[in-house]
Design a protein. Structure first.
Length: 132
């Protein structure tokens, strides 16, 4: 936790990785980054991970829907979970956690990532228009 009382993404990520029983290299392999990158995120040396990465991490770490909003918020995306369809979430979970994930097409991941980003963009636009 930072001095200002804000929960740091580095602490949250480490907690969930430990809970899942993964080492940094294993988590990195599940989400398509190096173990060193996970180390830098957990050490607070890398800030503001991409929304795509936060999404992959949330599924690879099996974060419950109740905890997911706090996970996204700690990474700087407080509204990212809003509106993500269950079908997309389930499909992405299968892609990331399947023992045969190598057979899953990279195109499927790309399409799902693009859907998530579009949903977040639309949510931000709706929120901005509601505040006007």
């Amino acid at each position: 936790m930072s001095r200002k009382g804000k929960v740091e993404f580095s602490d949250v990520l480490r907690k969930y990785r430990w809970r899942r029983g993964l080492i940094q290299r294993e988590l990195g392999a599940l989400v398509g980054v190096s173990g060193n990158y996970i180390t830098m995120l957990e050490g607070g040396f890398r800030k503001n991970p991409s929304l795509k990465l936060v999404e992959r991490l949330s599924f690879a770490l099996n974060i419950s829907s109740d905890e997911r909003l706090a996970f996204y918020s700690s990474a700087g995306y407080p509204d990212a979970e809003k509106g993500l369809p269950d079908l997309v979430r389930a499909t992405y979970n299968l892609t990331v956690s399947s023992p045969n994930r190598e057979i899953w097409s990279k195109n499927l991941r790309k399409v799902i990532d693009e859907l998530v980003i579009e949903i977040v963009r639309r949510t931000k636009e709706e929120t901005a228009s509601e505040m006007e």
